[in-house]
Write a protein that binds this ligand. Sequence first.
Ligand code: GDP
Ligand code: GDP
Length: 438
Amino acid sequence: MKLPIVAIIGRPNVGKSTLVNRLAGEQSAIVYDQPGVTRDRTYLPAFWRDREFMVVDTGGLVFNDDTEFLPLIRQQAMAALAEASAAIFVVDGHTGPTAGDEEIATWLRQQPVPVLLAVNKCESPEQGLMQAAEFWNLGLGEPFPISAIHGSGTGDLLDALVNYLQPVQDIPDIDEIKIAIVGRPNVGKSSLLNAFVGEERAIVSPISGTTRDAIDTEIERNGQIYRLIDTAGIRKKKNVEYGPEFFSINRAFKAIRRADVVLLVIDAIDGVTDQDQKLAGRVIEEGRACVVVVNKWDAVDKDSYTIYDYEKHLQERLHFTEWSETIFVSALTGQRVEKILELVNQAAEEHKRRVSTSVINEVLEEAVRWHSPPVSRSGKQGKIYYGTQVSTQPPTIALFVNDAKRFNDNYRRYIERQFRQQLGFKGTPIRLIWRSKK
Ligand code: GDP
Ligand code: GDP
């Protein structure tokens, strides 16, 4: 799912980052990494009504300079604008239009991107209109008086903004489930791949937009197409230039990003290692569904307790993916290999599942009844107004509350557990967004 991007542009100190924080709410920790997006800028997810987008803060833009570093910021702003669906040009209502604003406006008028003009620091409504009016001269249409600090005026601005954003293609690929097989060297990835494919059935297809040696393989079972991502990377293990480790983890990260469902392959003999944990962490960061595949089960000396011992070990070492299914297989003998795909189907289903707002609020009401939100030392209590699922892949639920700061980690985890217990979402991470509503 590719979200439209909104670039925030303006001189230093006009309030760009304050505005970004207001639009993105509590989510500042997540750095999005989607195809086509450059890594060295910070993108924050945001939404308005039912529309989702990403905001990117471009840093303070100054044209008239001779210092060494500012041109870099300018490059960044230009790059951000090039991939943006719309821009918000922020100016300072206290200072009125400056020469710097005029330079930026001249540049923006030449860009093929719709620009909205936000006149910030307009706390007082009447004065705000007058302050904003001074900016008509910039030739960028109607100035919107806002206060990034208080939030006033931002609703009108966002209403105008979403008209420029393409609707999100929320419809996932209908026929195809993209699978990444990841794991340390020698856990049995290529054996597993071969077990799935059986040489003669392989349809190898290079994909556009990625490096030439990223080759996907498609397989079909019961009418369902599965795309096994970057199978060239699974087969090719040695890279002299960087060393095998660097190479494979980097490739694994890329494959995870493109996948719907990640098969995290663990070696039954070695158990869960630090590297496996690192991969699992990445799966969560990227919001991908996951099945834990414990391979080489044939090579484990089993007595009747082994599988329970093993599950305990997994729970301890991979507790942060406790929501994923685990399967014990042997790529060598083929034992239960086909069953993996059933779990993949289930995880993919859950990954794109939507739950109605009424069901979410039933869960919330029940949860709050059992365990009410924390009361701060000053006697103020957190209050949840309502929740709604704002996106899928992974399922993301926004919770509108009086003040997000009143909800500590403990309580947030409690709510997440309630969603898990009541709604399932087996095999997929879920995200909760806590938004203060004033
Ligand atoms: P940036 O450099 O454009 O990212 O600006 P910042 O977001 O860091 O804000 C610069 C200064 O303006 C800070 O001192 C903010 O507190 C202040 N500021 C930001 N938004 C507002 C606003 O809506 N009203 C007022 N009065 N001050 C603001
Ligand atoms: P990769 O580096 O993760 O692609 O691992 P490979 O598929 O190349 O397997 C590494 C080694 O483990 C090879 O010697 C395989 O024969 C062996 N191996 C793979 N799967 C199994 C399995 O299910 N059982 C046993 N006993 N050995 C396996």
